[in-house]
Write a protein that binds this ligand. Structure first.
Ligand SMILES: [Fe+2]
Ligand SMILES: [Fe+2]
Length: 316
């Protein structure tokens, strides 16, 4: 069986003794091997042994079972037996698994349509368990891949959107816009995206085109709203007018894009990457306020401090 017919799952989304409604596979020597059949519960000891081997890349579910996996996660999120903080972790981990699959999928329209339920799950969770929003936010920032980064920017942005009093429609658009803000990086050469050292001028020019590439991709889908497109196209604009690609200023920049700009930088600064030491949330926001302040909407940056406060109270 071809690996392309599978998506990865995180074992941390599985609870012991809970019967799974999908088959779980492992990838051994270039082959998919059935590990657990649907209808069997995993025993605690088994999960623990598996966890120790789980590098986030070894366990798989068939793409044809993705809806079953999602329904199963939904059931877990709605269960009254699981504490909210544990639900927050399940929600994030399961969404990363789905994001990985969507981001690898060449059919962007399908990815866009299928990402909507992910955002609704987060919005519903934030509404139903407001006391766990801080915890959910505190889970972000441990690893840096485009899909994790995009998901984490969405989670931070939804936290910020809530504080700014956004309604349900705006929250949904903001969340989708964040998930796809860097979609244009698909058209940037991999050597540039993965380059360890600084980019030369020509490479930087190509990198800076990702908002345009993103807009072209999003324009292919008739269901994408202007707000979602703006979140992608304008997320590297700067409040002072020295951003790119259009160099628009202040309120000319769409509010969603202003939020992405803040959460994007915040996530990049606080996340562990191979070549830098992450800043603490407080250090990152202080730097954004003192050294980079001209770039961001000042009111939104202030509101980001409330998000930080939630993250810190969840961590303490
Ligand atoms: Fe970007
Ligand atoms: Fe980004």
């Amino acid at each position: 069986m071809d690996i392309n017919q599978f998506f990865r799952i995180r074992l941390s989304t599985l609870r012991p003794e809970k019967i799974t409604s999908f088959d779980i596979y492992v990838y051994i020597d270039g082959r998919m091997v059935l590990y657990r059949k649907a209808g069997e519960a995993l025993q605690l000891q088994k999960i623990e042994t598996l966890h120790s081997k789980d590098t986030g890349s070894s366990f798989f579910v068939k793409i044809t079972d993705r809806d079953i996996y999602r329904a199963w996660v939904k059931e877990e999120i709605n269960s009254t037996e699981i504490p909210n903080n544990e639900k927050a972790a399940i929600l994030r981990e399961s969404s990363i698994a789905i994001m990985e699959d969507l981001f690898e999928n060449p059919d962007v329209n399908k990815a866009l349509d299928e990402s909507k339920p992910i955002i609704s799950d987060f919005i519903n969770f934030m509404d139903s368990a407001p006391e766990s929003v801080g915890y959910l936010l505190s889970l972000s920032g441990h690893d840096f891949y485009t899909y994790n980064h995009s998901l984490d920017v969405s989670i931070y942005s939804l936290g910020l959107g809530k504080i700014l009093g956004f309604g349900p429609k705006e929250m949904e658009e903001l969340g989708i816009g964040c998930l796809f803000h860097d979609i244009g990086k698909r058209n940037v050469a991999l050597e540039i995206l993965c380059k360890k050292g600084p980019l030369d001028d020509a490479e930087w020019e190509q990198m800076k085109r990702h908002p345009q590439y993103g807009l072209i991709i999003l324009n292919q889908n008739p269901n994408i709203s202007d707000g979602v497109k703006a979140a992608c196209f304008e997320h590297h604009e700067s409040w002072a007018g020295n951003g790119y690609p259009q160099q628009i200023t202040g309120p000319e920049i769409h509010p969603y894009a202003r939020i992405v700009a803040i959460c994007d930088t915040y996530d990049a600064m606080t996340t562990q990457r191979s070549y830098n030491k992450p800043m603490t949330p407080h250090e990152a926001l202080t730097m954004m306020r003192d050294k980079l302040s001209g770039r961001y909407d000042p009111d939104m940056l202030k509101a980001m401090h409330s998000v930080l406060f939630k993250i810190q109270s969840a961590a303490s």
